[in-house]
Design a protein around this ligand. Sequence first.
Ligand SMILES: *Cc1c(COP(=O)(O)O)cnc(C)c1O
Length: 365
Amino acid sequence: MPDNSYLLLTPGPLSTTKRVKAAMLRDWCTWDDDYNELVQAIRRKLVQLAGSNMEDYTAVLMQGSGTFCVESVIGTAIPENGKLLVLTNGAYGQRIAQMARMLRIETMVLDAGEVAPVDVARLEEELKHDPDITHIAVVHTETTTGMLNPIADVGKVAKAYGKCFIVDAMSSFGGIALDVAALDIDFLISSANKCIQGVPGFGFILAKKEVLAGCKGQARSLSLDLYDQWNTMEKQNGKWRFTSPTHVVHAFYVALQELEEEGGIAVREARYRQNQRTLIEGMKHLGFMPLLDEQHQSPIITSFYYPESSLFTFKEFYARLKREGFVIYPGKITTMDTFRIGNIGEVYPDDMKRLVEAIEKNIFW
Ligand SMILES: *Cc1c(COP(=O)(O)O)cnc(C)c1O
């Protein structure tokens, strides 16, 4: 009997190991030294995972889903008279702009459509002409399509103009090797339930200590005050300000151990890439076309066009695959009919082969 009746081929929550889930099968206390030590160990491990010369960085854990963590950065890092430029090519970039506007932050969007990488040349043009811009935000893997954005190029321009650089690496951190210090990122956001392969309940922020220290008193929300969350975790050795998702934190610690046991991020990335190659080859064989060019495709999630048949409906396709033990994801882009298949989590090339076989068996169009 498998430990789940279906495999999650979604961009989070995703399939986790039995060991990760088993860590939650008891009641865990908070507010004591054992728990605080665990939190501190997690923070240290996250900093280590994020790059090679990470002395200037800290990790802050934050309750809520990934969006809450992005909002804690946007709401805390940008001062009252600051101006945010968001580079977008999908729903998650748009969400950053939306939250900034709700927080009454002056916001400018440079949109590249949904099937092209964010536009670094236009960014440079804007920065030349608009000295009011203080912060640049971009999504690393835009999960809307699976697009991998050129964050190194964005960062170079942002830094050449002295701007604060914010990266939503929600669906890539832990699954794609990157060096936060070398990229000179000021704030990077990710969550427990994506490529680290934990369960949902909190996210984390890797921040340049000096920049975060300058954010005191800037937050536009009490519960999402990233500075205060950090300050409390630092001063009180791993204490969260409010009730923390203790079970999820314990599960996350096990997930981090499993990432180490697997061989680290580079090895995990290689597995994800192999999953995806297996998926795309199998799907092409069945006549499905991926939305993105190979060069822009992240190894996380793939968008496919619907087959060209009026008999195809996503609802029926989804229901049939769920019965076969696979949960896939609807598309999210506005202009074309697509669906998405994730390949992150406790998922292996053999699972992708089984999925393709299940799809072949269920062709109804
Ligand atoms: C998953 C994800 C988020 C956060 O979504 P939540 O539903 O709040 O967890 C943000 N950005 C990207 C790119 C994501 O993939």
